[in-house]
Structure formats: structure tokens, C-alpha cells
Design a protein around this ligand. Structure first.
Ligand code: NAI
Ligand code: MG
Length: 506
């Protein structure tokens, strides 16, 4: 146990019990998956995987250089153009995806623990939310494999003709994912790509490679042919950039910061890669006075504090109608103050550690800025302990939409509460950032709810709920939150291209 006393009390974080250790005392995961083989980097370089709960190194992971990226892309190309994978029909691919889901389910406890160990999120969340949703994602797309087809189309030509379209896979897909939901982001990208018959080179975020490497083992156990999914581990500027620049990659799917999204688009232009981007957000959660205020406050709380607020859809701007402000704040602030920040591995913990020191300092910097710019710090705002990267749930009241804490993505446990007096003002504030990922609307007035859903510029609108995602529902952004849709039938567009065939029947 490492225990630290602070002004916020103590937080006792258990040393992780690491199973399956190497002789150096670290977790065995660390090699990359290229062409069906577990390999080190060609130049032997590694980087440390950290347990955010204590800041300790738990594994040494291969750091892929350009040579490794080249090998992974070449393997994905070979697998795409020929071999066992090419011989599989849609139903075979569906069976493979289903088998992966079954194996994940059989190993769910281990995967959940690995996720928490590498990310710092509460074990309860990994086990009850991240893993089940990831498993269901493979099952959802298993159902689509073999059911993605073209059309026959009537033409206007003065000839007898048969015209139809074929839906073909895009080819080699480069996928770059973040650290906030590591295994879930991996499944959102791998499952639709394979359902459509593509091959994959995926790069986990450097902070969180481990659960995805374990997933790689399970995919092999399920019978995935060599080269179909390659996992290259490493940082953004080296490994990620090499993948984006590679001329033989057909598509890049990216989830992460706006800054890197823009960089990826610029680089991808040189080889005209298809690009889909899921970037950040500053999502408004709007509560009208006629809603069930107590319930809205409870859900708003998890809407911002789930996963320590490190969510692209975080309901980080809470808009409350003036008439219900007092009642709402009592529940929100009261519950936020009582949320226990604790040992991520303790199954009772609801709030764990931020991903790393850099992110913690970013978040604390924003909290300082909020106070400097005149927002009212109502709850929290402090680091807890000296080991790990724990920050208390933080609520700012009397926030103005122009303030930095209402405009920039904080990606941490910080709620900014803004007051409004009518629907027009609410809509103006809701749309008053450069982002457009999601929004929540709370009201019992059916007309108001639907009108608002039309007014708000966001890829997802929740009515009388927040942050419910489902593998069947398209997910993506408006404005600077990116473009392209993941999940649902809509995601198949991003992983296929249309070929038109015209046959002269004269
Ligand atoms: P990031 O955008 O730098 O990292 C996300 C992924 O992109 C990682 O796999 C990283 O290795 C890769 N990457 C970084 N630079 C790259 C490059 N030049 N070429 C190719 N790949 C590259 O995000 P970071 O630095 O981890 O977090 C910074 C902020 O970004 C967060 O505070 C948050 O505001 C936002 N973010 C948003 C996410 C979302 O879900 N939309 C997820 C992660 C971060
Ligand atoms: Mg970055």
C-alpha cells in the first residue's frame, strides 16, 4: 500500500498484484503483433507502461519505428490481397468476430483488470461498462459481416443495360486510438473494419497498450489469419506519424485531439487517404426547469465524472434554467462533494486516477484558470495524495460561456455550470463553442425536446438521459469534433467503397 495524507484526507492505493510476470517483475505483455508474430521493435527500443494509480512501471512495451510500421503495413497488404483471409466469406468473418467476443467474455476479469491497471479507471467501470460494450461491439459487427451489399440501379440511358454497385472493402486501414477507453476504442475500429473485409494496422495510445495486446492474443486464439490485424505500439510523433504517412495505407481512422486530427488530415492529403476523425468535445447538458431535476442532477454527475471526466462526450458544460438552479445545484454539488476518489482496483471505487501527470497538470491548470477568470469554485479543485494522479470532482458555478473552462476541452473531472433563462438563450450557449460532439436535453415538454434536438449542432442528442452509447447507433461529430461516423450501419460507409458496374445488354 502506498498511502498519502493530504488536505483532502488519505487515499490508500494497493500495489497491483501482477499476474503472469516476466523475470524483471513486469507484466509479460510488451511485444507487438506483426504478421501473426509477437515481435520486439527492430531497433530493440521500448517504453514504459505505467499504472496511473501509483505511477509505477508495470511493463516494458516495444516502441515501433518506421521499419516496424513498414513491416506491419506490408503484412496487412499481403493479407488483404490474398491468402486465408481472402478466402473467408462474410459468414466466416462473422464467425471469427463472434469467436473473439466469446474469448473476451471468457477472459473478462483479466481484461478488465488490465484496463484498470494501465488506465487508472475504476475496476467497476472496466468490468461493468467498458468490457461488456466492447464484447457486444464484436457481436454487433459479426452480424453485419456478409450483409454489406450493393444495389441494382435503373439508368436513364438509351441502351439496354444492367447497372449495379459492389460494396468493396477499402483495403489496409490504419487506426490510431486514444487512452481514455483503450479496449473499447480498439473494438469500435477493428470490428467494423473486419466485418467489411479490410485488414488493420492499429496503434494504441502509448499510455495504454496492454489490454489491446491481450486482445491481439485472443484474436489469434480465435483463428485470425496472420497479418489481418497488426498491433504496433509506440508514441504519436514516431509510430503514429509513420502510419499516417505510409503510402500503402488506404484509410486512417483516428480518435484523439483536434490538433493531431488536423495534422493527420494534412499528412494524409499527400497520398489521398480516406480519413475519419473523432475529436474532442465541450458538450452541453441542458436542463429545463420542467424536467425531473433531482434525476437530471444525478445523471449530469455521471455525465461529467464517469472515467474521471476523460471522455470526448463529457457533459462538461451543464446548462441549468434559472428557475431550477437552486434545487439542481443542491443535488449536484452535494453529491459531487461526497464522491469518493479511491484505489482504482478497489471494486467499490467510483472515481480513480487520471491517466498521467501531464493530464493531471493540464486539468489543475484549467481549474486555476477558472478561478482566475472569475468562475465560482464550488466543490473540489484539488489533487488527492502524492502518488498517482487523483483529482477531486470539481464543480464551477456562475460560469460564463466565454470563459476558457467553458470553451476548451479539459478532459478531466471539471463541471462548468452555466445558467440560462429561455430556450433561445440555451440554444445559443449550447452551440457557442467550436465543438459539436454531443448534447443532452432535459424536459418533459415533448415539443421543446424535439425542437432543441433540431437546433443543437451535435452528432448525438440525448433526451432525458446522458452518455448512453449503443453499438447500433452512429457516433461522431459536427464542427471541430470531426467527421465520419463510427458504430451502427453508418460506420460501414467508412470501411467500404462503391464500385459501379455497367453492362451493355445490346
Ligand atoms: P493525442 O491526440 O495526442 O493522442 C491520441 C492518439 O494519437 C494517441 O494514440 C497518440 O499516440 C496519437 N498521436 C499523437 N500525435 C500523433 C501524430 N503526430 N501522428 C499520428 N498519431 C499521433 O491526445 P493526447 O495528447 O493524449 O491528449 C491531449 C488532449 O486531446 C486531451 O486532453 C483531450 O482534450 C484530447 N483527447 C481527446 C480524445 C477523444 O476521445 N476525442 C481522446 C484523447 C485525447
Ligand atoms: Mg498529444
Amino acid at each position: 500500500m502506498s498511502e498519502t495524507a493530504t488536505s483532502n484526507g488519505t487515499i490508500a492505493v494497493a500495489k497491483p498484484q501482477l499476474n503472469q510476470l516476466n523475470s524483471d517483475g513486469h507484466l509479460r505483455y510488451g511485444k507487438m503483433l506483426i504478421d501473426g508474430e509477437w515481435v520486439e521493435a527492430a531497433d530493440g527500443k521500448t517504453f514504459d507502461a505505467i499504472y496511473p494509480g501509483t505511477g509505477e512501471t508495470i511493463a516494458k512495451v516495444a516502441s515501433a519505428g518506421k521499419e516496424d510500421v513498414d513491416r506491419a503495413v506490408a503484412a496487412a497488404r499481403r493479407a488483404f490481397e490474398g491468402g486465408d483471409y481472402k478466402k473467408m466469406n462474410g459468414a466466416d468473418r462473422g464467425k471469427l468476430l463472434w469467436k473473439i467476443a466469446d474469448l473476451m467474455e471468457q477472459n473478462i476479469d483479466e481484461l478488465a483488470e488490465l484496463e484498470t491497471l494501465n488506465n487508472g479507471k475504476p475496476l467497476l467501470e472496466s468490468r461493468r461498462v467498458d468490457l461488456p460494450q466492447s464484447i457486444n461491439c464484436f457481436r454487433y459487427f459479426a452480424g453485419w459481416a456478409g450483409k454489406v451489399s450493393g444495389q441494382t440501379i435503373e439508368t436513364d440511358m438509351n441502351m439496354r443495360a444492367l447497372a449495379y454497385t459492389l460494396r468493396e472493402p477499402v483495403g489496409v486501414c490504419g487506426q490510431i486510438i486514444p487512452w481514455n477507453f483503450p479496449i473499447q476504442m480498439a473494438t469500435w475500429k477493428i470490428a467494423p473494419a473486419l466485418a467489411c473485409g479490410n485488414t488493420v494496422v492499429i496503434k494504441p495510445a502509448e499510455q495504454t497498450s496492454l489490454s489491446i495486446l491481450r486482445l491481439g492474443e485472443l484474436m489469434q486464439e480465435a483463428g485470425m489469419p496472420a497479418g489481418v490485424v497488426n498491433i504496433i505500439t509506440g508514441d504519436g510523433p514516431t509510430t503514429g506519424a509513420a502510419l499516417v504517412a505510409h503510402p500503402d495505407v488506404d484509410k486512417i481512422a483516428f480518435t484523439g485531439s483536434v490538433e493531431v486530427g488536423k495534422l493527420i488530415m494534412r499528412t494524409a492529403a499527400d497520398s489521398l487517404k480516406k480519413v475519419t476523425l473523432e475529436l474532442g468535445g465541450k458538450s452541453p447538458n441542458i436542463i429545463f426547469a420542467d424536467a425531473n431535476i433531482e434525476f437530471a442532477a444525478k445523471v449530469a454527475l455521471s455525465g461529467i465524472f464517469f472515467n474521471q471526466g476523460q471522455m470526448c462526450t463529457a457533459g462538461s458544460r451543464i446548462l441549468i434554467e434559472e428557475a431550477a438552479r437552486e434545487e439542481f445545484m443542491e443535488v449536484l454539488a452535494g453529491r459531487a462533494a461526497k464522491m469518493v476518489v479511491g484505489d482504482p482496483l478497489d471494486p467499490k471505487t467510483r472515481m480513480g486516477s487520471l491517466i498521467n501527470e501531464e493530464q493531471m497538470n493540464r486539468v489543475l491548470g484549467y481549474i486555476q484558470k477558472g478561478t482566475d477568470e472569475g468562475a465560482n469554485l464550488l466543490v473540489g479543485g484539488e489533487r488527492v495524495g502524492e502518488n498517482g494522479y487523483f483529482v477531486t470532482p470539481t464543480v464551477f458555478d456562475r460560469v460564463k460561456n466565454e470563459m476558457t473552462i467553458a470553451q476548451e476541452e479539459i478532459f478531466g473531472p471539471v463541471a462548468s455550470v452555466i445558467t440560462f433563462s429561455d430556450i433561445e438563450e440555451a440554444a445559443a450557449i449550447a452551440n457557442g463553442t467550436r465543438f459539436g460532439l454531443a448534447a443532452g436535453v432535459w424536459t418533459n415538454d415533448l415539443k421543446k425536446a424535439h425542437l432543441f434536438a433540431q437546433k443543437v449542432k451535435a452528432g448525438t442528442v440525448w433526451v432525458n438521459t446522458y452518455n448512453m452509447t449503443d453499438n447500433a447507433l452512429p457516433f461522431g461529430g459536427y464542427k471541430d469534433s470531426g467527421f465520419g461516423r463510427e458504430l451502427g450501419q453508418a460506420s460501414l460507409d467508412a470501411y467500404t467503397q462503391i464500385k459501379t458496374v455497367l453492362v451493355d445488354l445490346n
